[in-house]
Design a protein around this ligand. Structure first.
Ligand code: BEZ
Length: 211
């Protein structure tokens, strides 16, 4: 069955470039970004992994751990890692799962047989500290993902959890936000003592609590 938002991310054990990982234990109290790659030694994947490595300080600021997956053997990951460091300017600084028997790929529905039964699609799962799936994305093999967008969604999710606000279309960190509909005006007065701009009773805009 397809993994859905709010589901508990399945736990697994796997070999990675940073040793054997027991997924839930490895996540600990962090957020996680689990993402799959169709194949080692492919150009788009190489750029994605290099860029994700560059984003490590941004992930750290948000208490997020990244972990990649490819259905190749661990020994192939090691050779490819050298290419990533050489061509992308940053060595891999997060684990890359070796999943040659498709165990994790099948657990997370990363194989879409009508696209390819041999390689994973580009899946992304954002997982919160309670191990709940908070975002799923599926991209085709030929399109590199926008990892800045993944960070943006994490910023939005963390704001929602902390301040009971939602983020409008094309929101960027620092922009105004919206009081979530489940907060009534009485409670909103306590949460947002500076008030809000009520465009409609259901559209209540406040400055971002985190600027
Ligand atoms: C790539 O990562 O470059 C790629 C992989 C599969 C199909 C097309 C591109």
């Amino acid at each position: 069955m397809t993994l859905q938002l709010g589901d508990i991310a399945p736990d697994f054990e796997a070999d990675t470039t940073e040793g054997r990982v027991s997924f839930h234990q490895w996540l600990g109290n962090s957020w996680g970004v689990l993402f799959s790659h169709p194949k080692n030694y492919t150009p788009v994947c190489t750029t994605e992994l290099g860029y994700t490595a560059k984003l490590k300080p941004e992930f750290d600021k948000r208490n997020v751990k990244a972990i990649g997956l490819s259905v190749d053997e661990l020994k192939d990951h090691e050779g490819w890692s050298k290419d990533i460091a050489e061509t992308q300017g940053t060595p891999l600084n997060f684990p890359l799962i070796a999943d040659p028997d498709f165990k994790v790929a099948n657990l997370y529905g990363m194989i879409h047989p009508n696209a390819s039964d041999r390689f994973t699609v580009r899946s992304v799962f954002v997982i919160d500290p309670n191990k709940k799936v908070r975002l799923t994305l599926t991209y085709p093999a030929s399109t590199g993902r926008n990892f800045d967008e993944i960070l943006r969604v994490i910023d939005s999710l963390q704001l929602t959890d902390q301040y009971k606000v939602a983020t409008p279309v094309n929101w960027k960190p620092g922009d105004d936000v919206i009081i979530v509909p489940s907060v009534n005006n009485e409670d909103a007065k306590k949460l947002f003592p500076g008030g809000w701009n009520e465009i409609k009773p259901y559209l209540r805009v406040v400055p971002s609590p985190k600027r």
